[in-house]
Design a protein around this ligand. Structure first.
Ligand SMILES: Cc1cc2nc3c(=O)[nH]c(=O)nc-3n(C[C@H](O)[C@H](O)[C@H](O)COP(=O)(O)OP(=O)(O)OC[C@H]3O[C@@H](n4cnc5c(N)ncnc54)[C@H](O)[C@@H]3O)c2cc1C
Length: 466
């Protein structure tokens, strides 16, 4: 079966990793990418400049042998640094000990993934835009973006890894009984910039705490900032597209300046190019895409954002796409490289997880922009951390399940999270626990409940990870 060729459409983050994994498993892989080779030309990645990579992404990179190299160019962020409306700073750890998410450059990551794929024998053709897929016979038509020449390439297996607005998926959509939904948030985003501190010789003086993801929560909107290894921060403003306040209202320098002075005045002195950046950088929308089936005729399959584009508020889109690759590999293992069976497993295991993280990501937007500045929420987070420390196998915070537990399926993280939410409501409604959860009367209530609880159980991530 391994003589089978595989075509992957899209050499973004997920397509390049998938290529490496399948090539390492002995398949002959051809990767086609619409854009020029980013290692040779300066091209904007088109989305975020940096990304938060967490344990799920790292676990998949380990299989490709790339995790250590990527960690060397990443900045660990151990928690959120909240800049409240009065400009007080407070730090909320993401986990315990050294647990951290990692800020990594999207461009650098993609370049290294491309080189890794080539190193493992994947052939990559750039400037090749997929314009059609023959989903019955298994072939893809590409048009060369420079010459305009078109070619048709046949393969018994085609992966669409061509992102949120996938051409492969668009072709699957016009087959019978293809379910599809595309939901936009009312909010858009715009990227802005905090340069390294002036006067730093090597450009590595950070103007804000380096090892944190900074958030300026302002209820219906927020700004965040992630560190880059050159000492700069990439900021992202998430704001409604229309209404008040909204991007629609920020069409003049005066309005932009007044809006930032009013809402983010501690950040403004660190953003010398704010007005120019605001005018130059696009306002981009935030979309959730759900679809089914992911596999057609046992020949065409979707992976990464092409199968499930999600909003970025849990920092999981890429992590989830990388996990798709890892799970697919485990499905191949379980199916002994019988592709039809492996693809059936892949879709059955992955689809509920993709749906769950899509919903969690939308829910986390409300947490980030609104709740992180709320006193009850902060107290709740502290009690959750305390419960996890005292009963590590009986209470695991949802953020930990999603971000630091790569063997827990997202749908299980969501289910366990909802169930634990009820428990937290019970604890928070006890004034003794709310006031000080370490005092004897509070502890008596906590221990009585927790000692009767079972350890957290979850179903396996894939057919071979049980
Ligand atoms: C603002 C923002 C912040 C984010 N932050 C995070 C984060 O912190 N952590 C995280 O895990 N995720 C994050 N994400 C999500 C992450 O960017 C995506 O999940 C990830 O890029 C998906 O990878 P992909 O390879 O599936 O798709 P893409 O990265 O979109 O790659 C698709 C590739 O296919 C190519 N392509 C497209 N159409 C065609 C065609 N017709 N023919 C040939 N090639 C084609 C494209 O050029 C591209 O190279 C964020 C997203 C956004 C928008």
């Amino acid at each position: 079966m391994k003589e089978q060729d595989v075509i992957i459409v899209g050499a973004g983050l997920v397509g390049s990793l998938l290529g490496t994994m399948l090539s390492k498993r002995g398949y002959s892989v051809r990767l086609f990418e619409r854009r020029p080779d980013m290692r040779e030309e300066t091209i904007s990645a088109g989305k975020s400049i940096n990304l938060a990579m967490s344990d799920r992404g790292l676990k998949a990179l380990e299989i490709a042998g790339l995790a250590d190299e990527i960690l060397r160019i990443a900045i660990p962020m151990q928690g959120r640094m909240i800049h409240d409306a009065q400009y007080n700073l407070s730090f909320q750890p993401y986990g315990v000990g050294n647990q951290a998410i990692n800020s990594v450059s999207r461009g650098e990551l993609n370049k290294r993934l491309l080189s890794m794929a080539e190193h493992h024998g994947v052939s990559i053709e750039f400037n090749q835009r997929c314009v059609d897929v023959d989903v019955l016979n298994g072939s893809v038509t590409f048009v060369n973006e420079q010459s305009g020449a078109s070619q048709s390439v046949a393969s018994r297996l085609i992966f669409g890894a061509d992102g949120a607005f996938s051409a492969v998926r668009a072709r699957m959509q016009i087959t019978d009984r293809f379910e599809y939904s595309q939901t936009y948030l009312p909010h858009s985003y715009k990227e802005l910039h905090i340069p390294p501190a002036a006067g730093s010789d090597h450009g590595q003086q950070f103007r804000l705490e380096k090892n944190a993801l900074h958030i300026w929560p302002r209820r219906s909107y927020m700004m965040i900032a992630l560190p880059n290894i050159d000492g700069s921060f990439t900021c992202t403003l998430f704001l409604a597209h229309q209404g008040s306040p909204s991007f629609d209202e920020l069409k003049t320098e005066k309005n932009v300046s007044a809006f930032f002075q009013q809402n983010f005045s501690d950040a403004v002195p660190m953003m010398p190019t704010l007005i120019q950046d605001f005018a130059a950088n696009p306002e981009s929308s935030l979309v959730t895409v759900k679809c089914s089936p992911w596999v057609l005729n046992g020949k065409v399959a979707l992976i990464g954002d092409a199968a499930h584009a999600i909003v970025p508020f849990y920092g999981q889109g890429m992590n989830c796409g990388f996990e798709d690759c890892r799970v697919l590999l485990e499905c191949l293992e379980a199916a002994n490289d019988d592709w039809p069976m492996a693809l059936r497993y892949y879709e059955a295991y992955r689809k509920p997880d993709a749906d769950a993280i899509a919903d969690l990501a939308v829910e986390n937007f409300i947490e980030m922009r609104d709740k992180v500045a709320d006193q009850r929420f902060l107290r709740r987070k502290k009690i959750e951390a305390f419960l996890h420390e005292r009963y590590p196998d009986r209470f695991i915070p949802q953020y930990t399940l999603v971000t630091f537990s790569p063997n827990v399926p997202y749908c299980e993280a969501r289910r366990i999270g909802i169930e634990q939410e009820n428990l937290m409501e019970e604890f928070l409604s006890d004034p003794a626990i709310y006031e000080d959860w370490t005092k004897p009367d509070a502890l008596a209530h906590i221990d009585a409940v927790m000692q009767n609880r079972q350890p957290v159980m979850y179903k396996p991530l894939s057919p071979s990870s049980g």
